[in-house]
Ligand binder design. Sequence first.
Ligand code: B12
Ligand code: SF4
Ligand code: SF4
Length: 315
Amino acid sequence: MELAEAVKTQALLLGFDAVGITTAEPLESIHLERFRSWLAEGGADGLEYMKRNIQKRFAPAQLLQGAQSVICAAVHYKPAEIALAPGCAQIARFALYDDYHLFIKEQLRQLACFIESRLPKGTRWTYKICTDSVPLAERALAARAGLGFIGKNHMLIHPVLGCQILLGELVTTLPLPPDGPALPDGCGGCTRCLQACPAGALRPDGFFQTNQCISFLTQYASDAAHLRTSRWLFGCDECLLACPYEQKAPPCRTPPPGFTPERTALRPEDILQWNSSDFERFFKKSCVERIGLKKLQQNAAACLKSSDKPTGNTR
Ligand code: B12
Ligand code: SF4
Ligand code: SF4
């Protein structure tokens, strides 16, 4: 089997649900233009790291000298149906599992070991493992690798698996035949995600206002002063769950590691009474661990203060 095909087959065996390859050439200039105008309009206010390494984000070869290819992989994490008890608030679905930064990096590391084992002895090559925290436009690269299209909710949407997918990349100096082309826009006239966003973060002209987004406010804002929701304790999935591609998508074939159903039965009142060992019991190894108990309690207090109704949402 050719190397590229063997890599894709192995990626699926290692727990990825979709994989595609693109070149390490800079992304099309429209991305950099959109990004610069997003920064200029204050789209990234609150996320200072997004204002650094701007060129690098759109040029994988600036991340890794001599890079020729990017292997883009996705983990599908849609859980089977969740029934929330009345009075419970939610944490975003991606945080029902172990922190994805850990398991995606490990899967990519194993993929790199597999590649090494397939190359003739002494082949000189290098790679860089990326997921989320590296300055790389992951959604735009995944789209170019043919994994899906970028929807009006700004998510990379796989036409079958939907939006609940997490991305990771292996940027490498190996020349590999690229996949693609990118899929055409799949939104058409639909605007369901825009209507579903409770915070006005998704603008009809495509602008994303980070400092209004509940996902940002519950994770990165220093206080909960601007948080107005009784539904979300950490992250937010409203614009994902509203999407028809998501509603048609099957649950994930194998749940990522660490699935903890107890994380779907959280009452803000109880969280306010927690001590650090309660927090650790529920959230050890999850992405929620990063924000700490104090921030989670701020979010819980905001949930209780908010006038919109508590959930019982079963989506
Ligand atoms: C900063 C960030 C955030 C910020 C800002 C969100 C945002 N939309 O930018 C906050 C904290 C709010 C956030 C929230 C979430 N995030 Co986030 N986040 C990122 C991060 C680090 C950078 C994203 C970025 O570059 N933003 C800049 C803006 C300008 O990007 P953009 O609006 O998508 O537009 C770009 C392209 O999409 C493209 N584009 C957009 N539309 C169009 C249309 C056309 C025609 C063209 C040509 C191009 C184009 O142009 C722009 C430049 O490339 C990435 C990881 C990474 N390194 O890429 C994860 C990432 C995007 N996040 C992710 C996730 C899972 C989430 C949440 C779902 C988590 C949650 N449940 O709470 C929410 C979803 C919010 C949303 N609807 O976007 C995943 C998304 C996976 C996927 N399927 O797309 C990523 C890729 C992390 C990962 N490795 O899996 N996130
Ligand atoms: S994550 Fe929530 S607040 Fe942010 S854009 Fe989507 S629906 Fe709006
Ligand atoms: S809800 Fe509709 S407009 Fe929004 S991303 Fe999904 S298909 Fe596109």
